[in-house]
Design a protein around this ligand. Structure first.
Ligand SMILES: [Zn+2]
Length: 249
């Protein structure tokens, strides 16, 4: 189950994404300093949902419906243990046209640093194999809680033989965390957290094909499903535009 799974704050040590130091231009349309409550600030936004796919009926389906209403492709970073008990959910996500990514087998709740390289490899390999059983392939992955990204990347890219390379790159971080993983967040609380990250100079937007992009982090859970319409409507009202999930820079 997803309860208790946590992602938080700023992904650490992202090796490839980047953005922009010294990228202080265009403050008119995207400067985080320009954002105030009630102020329209144009921002390009991507949607990502972690720790699913369960529970399908109560959370996943309403979330898929809401994303479909926005007409965009989102990314779902899934846990192998949940895919195992809910294989049809992964097919539902894929059939809806969304991207499926690897988020480890069980979220490595004891903390990534307590896991050996082999254990980390298996966390991702087992999930990859489980998702493949459903006929779905994954090109991307996301580190639980954004921990030890560079270490995991090295393990997945250059594993010890006979382990095979799982992903040459493909790590996807986030730039604004709704903090919906903790408790039952309201739309207001999620918006507050996202807005805080928009303004945080330590979390620069991605630069994808010349556009600044903020990737939003949500989770597949009931409270998020209930609040999502209001959250996305408000972000749009504040000048946000939702676009398809993409990693192409
Ligand atoms: Zn997670």
């Amino acid at each position: 189950m997803s309860n208790g799974k946590r992602d938080s704050g700023t992904p650490s040590g992202s090796p490839s994404m980047d953005a922009g130091a010294g990228d202080a231009g265009s403050a008119v349309d995207a400067g985080r300093g320009a954002s105030r409550a009630g102020t329209v600030v144009k921002r390009t936004l991507q949607l990502t949902f972690d720790d699913g796919p369960e529970p399908v009926k109560s959370a996943l389906n309403p979330i898929l419906k809401e994303v479909e209403a926005r007409g965009v492709i989102a990314a779902f970073f899934v846990l192998g243990e949940e895919v195992k008990t809910s294989r049809s959910a992964i097919v539902t996500i894929r059939d809806a046209g969304h991207v499926v990514g690897n988020h480890s087998w069980d979220h490595m709740e004891k903390g990534t640093s307590t896991y050996s390289d082999d254990q980390i490899y298996l966390e991702f390999e087992d999930t990859h194999a489980e998702v493949k059983k459903a006929g779905v392939t994954m090109d991307y992955w996301r580190a639980p809680r954004g921990e030890q990204i560079q270490r995991i990347q090295q393990i997945l890219r250059s594993p010890k033989p006979p382990q095979k390379q799982l992903y040459s790159n493909g790590h996807c971080d986030w730039q604004a965390d709704s903090k919906d993983a903790i408790g039952s967040s309201t739309a207001e609380a999620m918006l507050k957290s996202i807005e805080r990250d928009f303004k945080d100079p330590k979390i620069p937007p991605l630069r994808l094909k010349g556009t600044r992009v903020w990737r939003l982090l949500f989770h597949v859970k009931d409270s998020t499903a209930k609040a999502l319409t209001n959250v996305l409507n408000e972000l749009q009202a504040q000048g946000g535009t939702f676009v398809d999930f993409s990693q192409d820079s």
